[in-house]
Design a protein around this ligand. Sequence first.
Ligand SMILES: Cc1ncc(COP(=O)(O)O)c(C=O)c1O
Length: 426
Amino acid sequence: MNKKKLAITKFLIPFESVTSCNRNLGWFTKVPKAPPDNIFGVLDAYNKDKSKEKVNLTVGAYRDDNGKPYVLQTVREAEKRIRCKNMNKEYLGLLGNLNFNKLTFNFALGEDNKFLKNGRAALCQSLSGTGAVFIAAVFLSTFFPKNKVAYVSKPTWGNHISLLERAGLCVKTYRYYNTEKVAIDFEGMLDDINKMPDECIILFHAAAHNPTGFDPNCEQWQQLADLCKKKSLYVIFDNAYQGFATGDAERDATSIRIFAENDINMAICQSFSKNMGLYGERIGCCAFITDGPAETEIAESQLKFITRSMYSNPPIHGARIVEEILSNVDLKNRWLQEVKKMAERMRSMRASLRDGIVRAGSKLNWDHITNQIGMFSFTGVKKEAVAKLKKDFHVYLLNSGRISVSGLNSKNVEYVGAAFHKVTSV
Ligand SMILES: Cc1ncc(COP(=O)(O)O)c(C=O)c1O
């Protein structure tokens, strides 16, 4: 062994002694095991099931009529164009791709909206919708002056509560859903919001409420905006399904635009996971509406401070894809057509499922399946029936009775319909 090598090996500790004596990590063994994620737990069971008939109705990602993941043609086209540009891989900066941020904000608020034109939008690229909600929550838990209490709908997307709590907010719920009527509980919602302390935080799903699939209508959004204004609530809009809800991206932005028109203080958290199928690219945007350029500058300085200590710079590729699509009229129109087709496929699967259950002989009312919109349906199927669906029919859904409609296709929908009837008719 030469001299240099000998000098290095002198400092190497044998692996066994590192793990046994020197680690001194007694506390580590006391770390409690975290509960399994609700969705991924069911997915595990599905993956282990050997049945040829098994159906996965849990995953919140679009599937085509062959049950396969789908990459949008316009995304492929955008990637081709990006490749031709031979771009570098430099850091984007703490706020991400600034042009992407503007295009994304315009997509939510409308072209030529007064906020961007007047410097009233503090924008930050985020790690998709999840990252956008987290950034908004960290910002509010640090700076929101009054009640650091955030209200979410009951039920809501499971991750909302963890995200808001981890950011330091205290989370409470407002009524949203009437289990008996299998419908939105708008009166309960108004009542609970009225009882909230003034100047606290409230989170709304902009469109295609997850998990119920029920949204307030236009008049109801206006009523909610009036109430939020009266009580000076700070609103977080989670906008994870724009275009994917009804197939019309403009219509799906109604809630946000009503609130913006009414000058409600709000943050808008956007995702391109679903409507562009960019799940793994982790691309989204967190936007705060401000009073003007001076406030925007301050807010953006703090947004930079937050991202710097979380992950520093966001990823490049997803932002470039969205930028390419949203900045090119022809490509954007083609994309909107693709989104519409995906939404239409899901709508038609809703109708096929409802009809299939009825055809199988069910005397129950299943109209809520077609009254709901978006990717999810709160079927109203109870826990015991859900267990039977899994055990006897290999149909996997959440214990709450929520299904992802995109897991249905022309080959399995009749089978699922018959299974639903059998477990609910006893
Ligand atoms: C309501 C809601 N918000 C946010 C997200 C976040 O998704 P992502 O982080 O992939 O954008 C989801 C995903 O299912 C969702 O349902």
